[in-house]
Design a protein around this ligand. Structure first.
Ligand code: GAR
Length: 207
């Protein structure tokens, strides 16, 4: 049985999609062994507890700096010997050392069609730019923020008069569909990294 550790900061709807996909078999032969949040009140921690999964909280304010906090996180995470670390709405920048430690076995979901709109407030920024479509990207995590090789994207339309909340709802519906698929591909090594290059079905993905 493969081990997945999920990092969250909030609601955890993507975490729930991953948990459900392990139960339904969309993610094969794997389980979420721990959920770690940097926010004590993250609803995702309740979701973990309800599913009988270890729910861990670490507060950055208890550590002297980012490197120190990230080392503490890695120590807790590594107790679960993860085959895959999944960032699911984890809203902290990670240190280079942490990223390198998990490179090739850590993925993130970002609510935009990368390389467009890295960073925050992506839905409102897409509306303000007059875009007619928006979406979400699942990518390997590298030291470049929101910059690692993209494995899969899903697009949604933006309609006139849409609010950011409406667009976010549409995007999240797609996230819950594609994130489990990509997690499974990574666990099956259909998507993998070798050094700095990512591959899908043996073919290099664009950097
Ligand atoms: C998701 O939409 C995810 O794409 C976004 O946070 C949301 C978390 O929702 N992630 C980022 O913005 C990372 N830069 P959830 O807690 O309900 O899964």
């Amino acid at each position: 049985m493969k081990s997945i550790v999920v990092l969250i900061s909030g609601n955890g709807s993507n975490l729930q999609a991953i948990i459900d996909a392990c139960e339904s078999g969309i993610i094969e032969n794997a389980k979420v062994t721990a959920v770690l949040s940097n926010k004590a009140d993250a609803f995702g921690l309740e979701r973990a507890k309800q599913a009988g999964i270890d729910a861990l909280h670490l507060a950055a304010s208890d550590y002297s700096d980012r490197a120190d906090f990230d080392q503490a996180m890695a120590k807790r995470i590594d107790e679960y010997q993860p085959d895959l670390v999944i960032l699911a709405g984890f809203m902290r920048i990670l240190s280079g050392e942490f990223v390198r430690h998990y490179q090739g076995r850590m993925i993130n979901i970002h609510p935009s069609l990368l390389p467009k709109y890295t960073g925050l407030n992506t839905h409102q920024r897409a509306i303000d730019a007059g875009d007619s479509e928006h979406g979400t990207s699942v990518h390997f995590v590298t030291e470049e923020l929101d910059g690692g090789p993209v494995i899969l994207q899903a697009k949604v339309p933006i309609f006139a008069e849409d609010t950011a909340e409406e667009v976010m709802g549409r995007v999240q519906e797609q996230e819950h569909r594609i994130y489990p698929l990509v997690a499974n591909w990574c666990l099956q090594q259909r998507a993998h990294m070798d050094g700095e290059t990512a591959f899908f079905d043996g073919k290099p993905l664009p950097a």
